[in-house]
Design a protein around this ligand. Structure first.
Ligand SMILES: [Zn+2]
Length: 338
């Protein structure tokens, strides 16, 4: 890490911690040329929960829904009168998921709903045999191309909406458009006052690097809008330590829009021409690199100041996510994001 980068990182951290430049310059940390990574502490709401001896946490949602959480991954299931409906089958939970289900019911898994195609969520599906599988048509298309035997093809697909009724429980599947991935759906379970959407809202946390290589950044905002309208008490986001609430959806939505608007302002306040003047004539990539660095320099300290003590990891990916939004503003150029 260069001295320039080191100092910039410290200033951002210092701004969040309420430290002035004088305090930083006088600290031992400021004089170290190769400091160990020093991240903002995790807010209380983002800290890990104790894991029982079984090696996973089993949360109950409503009167028939459960979620299994272990190792930063999380997946729910619903016990109906006739069988168990699984939502995803993460390979990382392959050993604990069957025993977690057996703890609450003897009924077999009869259905698997695929939230999207990503292997970390559904590449444990083959282990549940020839069950009824439901997915968005884009998810089916991606699975077909991937030719992964651990992700068997869905039995049925849908485009906009699908209502699944199993043993007295209802599942309202809907597609808000391309978001984290093309085909990533919202699963509303009204009788349990719960909703599931993977990899968009991570309760208590700022987004992962580029929202996990999001297929559409404006679509991430649209997906948040869809989730915010649901009449629910519990939200399952698929990762890290705990379940969410409508408050977590609101925080993630507010953060995402704030990051979008702050980046939009930083783009408006900087001029790419200024950076072309600093590089070899015609060096397109060099000028864009400097431009995006300047945008991230403006966005990161603001976001850390407003969100650093509310959401975990704001200091980790905000620079990268600001760059992703700057590119999206240039290429997607959405006019529907307010
Ligand atoms: Zn994913």
């Amino acid at each position: 890490m260069s001295d320039r980068l080191t100092r910039r990182g410290m200033l951002a951290f210092g701004a969040a911690a309420g430290l002035g430049a004088t305090a930083l310059a006088g600290s031992a940390y400021a004089q170290t040329t190769t400091p160990a990574p020093k991240f903002l502490p995790l807010p209380l709401e983002a800290k890990p929960r104790p894991v029982p001896a079984e090696g996973y946490i089993l949360d109950r949602i409503g009167d028939a829904m459960y979620a299994v959480t272990a190792g930063g991954n999380q997946t729910p299931f619903v016990v109906t009168r006739t069988g168990v409906v699984l939502i995803d089958a993460p390979p990382s939970l392959a050993t604990v998921l069957p025993s977690a289900i057996r703890r609450v019911t003897d009924k077999p898994v009869t259905h698997v709903i695929y939230s999207h195609s990503h292997a970390d969520h559904i590449a444990g599906a083959a282990a549940f045999g020839d069950v009824f599988r439901i997915a968005h048509e884009e998810t089916a298309r991606t699975i077909r191309v991937a030719r992964d035997p651990n992700r068997p093809m869905p039995t049925v697909t849908f485009r906009d909406r699908y209502r699944l009724n199993v043993g007295g429980q209802h599942f309202e599947l809907s597609y808000p458009g391309v978001n984290h991935e093309a085909g990533n759906i919202i699963i509303h379970v009204p009788q349990q006052r719960a909703a599931v959407m993977m990899d968009v809202v991570i309760p208590g946390w700022a987004p992962f690097l580029n929202w996990g290589t999001a297929d559409s950044v404006p679509g991430i905002l649209t997906a948040h809008d869809g989730l915010a309208k649901l009449p629910i008490e519990t939200f399952v986001g698929g990762h890290i330590h705990r379940l969410g609430t409508p408050r977590d959806i609101k925080d993630s939505r507010d953060f995402s829009y704030d990051l979008w608007h702050t980046t939009q302002r930083a783009v408006a306040e900087t001029r790419i021409g200024d950076y072309f003047a600093q590089v070899e004539p015609g060096h397109q990539w060099g000028a864009f690199k400097l431009h995006y660095q300047a945008i991230a320099d403006r966005v990161e300290p603001e976001m850390i100041q407003r969100w650093g003590d509310k959401l975990a990891g704001v200091d980790i990916w905000t620079r990268d996510n600001a760059t992703t939004i700057a590119v999206s503003l240039l290429l997607d150029a959405p006019r529907n994001v307010q």
